[in-house]
Design a protein around this ligand. Structure first.
Ligand code: SF4
Length: 390
């Protein structure tokens, strides 16, 4: 936890590009399918918002979505130039990630991105077997995914992340393992292996809710989780967050800002910000976002100052994603309160359930079982923080 405790903070900058070519069946991100989105107008709105909200010298930049690789190369060049003029990110950012999807990633896009200071590309591969890709409703097949990895390598992307999702009921263990082995041959600097979640309102979530889709057995998921850990460690990757694996020095600095509950500003439709103890969220629908920014320079729909206990619960829920134990002094310093009141009681209950360990030498940590059921742990902590604030 020592490295978590120290740094004073310049904020991270998140930019959201909300358009995609299809809506994947598991997706609950703020993504929209439009035949001809007005990309120029949307990017201009983000530039205006950057100016109005006083974004200067960000520590990291993350251009996510949606599918930022849909932005035409010429538009991207102009956008990055203008963004730098407003924020000075070229001189300040330690890392600049752009998200891409295989069906739209081109060498030209990457050339412009790298010229503009992008240092990391995160590619949504998700799987390398056709039944799983079809089940997810992805717009690419495995051949296109491998081609996109080749395109990124040829362009000289310094750090490549591959996103994968496991737990599809149509995917056999053998198919998952073969897919991961094939990815390992490409030696990406970073890998993210997420669990498939059936989020309410998504196509798969609705089927699941109606009982038309059985989730993968928990024991199978746990076995895959352990297999991934073993296999990736053997290849020199360090699991530095529940779903993230990096070769040494290639941890995602922007995501570490979230996991350490440090400040960040989000620009674009539905983007969230966390600045000076306030959490704020932008209008979700892209047209509304653009219209509001054009009219007033901002599109914030809600802003709340987090109460100390809530801040402590949120800080904890993010920090517990990392492998290091959480220092209670750091928690108190960051949130204004430590492990107290309802939060301390919730922690004791987690200890009884063998999900967490009792505080030792001023530090707390989850058990291996707690890390496996992190979502459950997080919801217990958040419930506890609501109990007092409600
Ligand atoms: S490409 Fe990503 S953001 Fe777009 S719909 Fe699919 S999962 Fe959602």
């Amino acid at each position: 936890m020592a490295q978590i405790a120290s740094e004073p903070h310049r904020e991270g900058l998140y930019l959201h590009f909300p358009y995609c070519v299809v809506k994947c069946r598991y997706c609950d991100f703020n993504s929209h399918v439009e035949a001809r989105p007005d990309t120029t107008r949307y990017l201009d709105a983000m530039l205006r918002e950057a100016e109005m909200r006083g974004v200067r010298s960000p520590r990291t930049v993350f251009f996510g979505g949606g599918t930022p690789s849909l932005v035409p190369a010429g538009e991207l060049r102009r956008f990055l130039r203008e963004l730098d003029a407003r924020t000075g990110y070229r001189a300040s950012a330690e890392e600049f990630t752009v998200e891409a999807n295989p069906e739209s990633l081109t060498g030209e896009f990457l050339e412009v991105a790298l010229e503009g200071g992008v240092s990391r590309v995160s590619l949504g591969v998700q799987a390398l077997d056709e039944p799983t890709l079809r089940f997810f409703g992805r717009a690419h097949d495995s051949g296109r995914a491998l081609e996109a990895i080749g395109t990124a390598r040829r362009a000289g992307v310094p750090a490549l992340n591959i996103d994968l999702i496991q737990g599809a009921p149509v995917q056999t263990r053998a198919a998952w393992e073969a897919g991961l082995e094939r990815i390992l041959q490409e030696r990406p600097e970073h890998l993210s292996a997420y669990d498939l979640l059936y989020e309410p309102g998504t196509a798969l979530g609705t089927l699941h809710e109606k009982g038309k889709l059985e989730a993968t057995d928990d024991r199978d998921r746990a076995a895959s989780f352990l297999w991934n850990q073993r296999r990736l460690r053997a290849e020199g990757y360090r699991p530095y967050e529940v779903s993230a694996f990096a070769q040494p020095g290639f941890e995602c600095r922007h995501n570490l800002i979230y996991w350490r509950n440090e400040p960040y500003v989000g620009l674009g439709a539905g983007a969230a910000s966390y600045r000076q103890g306030f959490r704020s969220i932008n209008a979700k629908e892209p047209r509304r976002y653009v219209a509001e920014v054009e009219a007033t320079g901002r599109a914030t729909t809600s802003s709340e100052r987090l109460r100390p206990l809530r801040r402590a619960a949120e800080t904890l829920m993010m920090a517990l994603r990392l492998p290091e134990p959480v220092e209670l002094a750091w928690l108190a310093d960051r949130a204004g309160v430590g492990l107290e009141g309802e939060l301390a009681q919730a922690w004791e209950r987690l200890v009884v359930q063998r999900l967490a360990m009792p505080p030792t030498a001023g530090k707390i940590a989850l058990t291996r079982r707690g890390r496996r059921f992190l979502d459950l742990v997080v919801s217990r902590l958040l419930e506890a923080s609501e109990a007092r604030s409600g």
